[in-house]
Design a protein around this ligand. Structure first.
Ligand SMILES: [Zn+2]
Length: 117
């Protein structure tokens, strides 16, 4: 499976926003508590906009969760980080050379705390 084209908040493609010469490069895939997209995917509900187009990418995490939304959110963040590590040749090459770290975390909306997965 390949990722849909991802852009950062400045509209730059992730590959383009990545600067191989910088030592501090890191990508953090941040899931969040109570995620509506994950909830909807677990129920296979129809949702507005493009969220339903993400269902194929959420399905694996939902299947691993045993119906537990926290487990699904965690599994999804980890899976998306792994997809980033492996599907982008730029990121994959840099990660293999230690030039970038791709990791996952969960943002708890209730406490404001981020826990790295
Ligand atoms: Zn969400």
């Amino acid at each position: 499976m390949t990722l849909p084209e991802l852009r950062n908040r400045h509209g730059e493609k992730l590959d383009s926003a990545f600067h191989p010469g910088r030592r501090e490069n890191a990508l953090l895939v941040l899931g969040h508590s109570g995620c509506g997209a994950i909830k909807a995917a677990m129920k296979a509900e129809t949702v507005p906009g493009q969220i339903s187009s993400l269902y194929p990418y959420l399905r694996g995490a939902v299947q691993q969760s045993g119906g537990n939304i926290s487990k699904a959110i965690d599994a999804n963040a980890r899976a998306q980080a792994e997809l980033l590590r492996t599907s982008s040749t730029v990121i994959r090459d840099a990660a293999s050379k230690g030039g970038i770290k791709v990791t996952a975390g969960i943002y708890d909306l209730g406490t404001g705390k981020v826990t790295l997965a």
